[in-house]
Design a protein. Structure first.
Length: 118
């Protein structure tokens, strides 16, 4: 996943659309709006209401890649700043995404497994 989508989804997962890190989050949204288009902002705002929407997440990731937003150095810098601020404020959440079959994911030293019964 690109760093911009990751930063946006992490902010939504952490609920930082308001509060201490909100200024950086809103600054990232404003920068994307200024440099690109409102459709992407509308999708981000839609994800704010339904942050667990898999289709919304995939659409956002696709549009960021298609519009090459992930290549914009200014937007990348603000996305990195957002992630850094969430880490220092304790608002960071871990997001794992996997595609495919028979996938198990674990975090923070835990374990995970997949059992297939045939």
């Amino acid at each position: 996943m690109d760093p911009i989508t990751t930063a946006i989804l992490a902010a939504l997962a952490a609920g930082v659309t308001q509060g201490t890190v909100a200024d950086t989050y809103n600054g990232l949204k404003q920068l994307i709006k200024t440099k690109f288009n409102n459709k992407i902002i509308k999708m981000i705002e839609s994800l704010e209401k339904k942050p667990h929407s898999v289709m919304g997440r995939e659409w956002l990731q696709e549009k960021i890649k298609t519009n090459q937003i992930d290549k914009d150095p200014e937007i990348l810098e603000v996305a990195k700043k957002l992630m850094d601020e969430m880490k220092t404020s304790g608002d960071e959440k871990h997001i794992m995404q996997a595609e495919g079959n028979f996938i198990a994911q674990a975090d923070h030293g835990s374990t995970s497994s997949v059992t297939i019964n045939q």
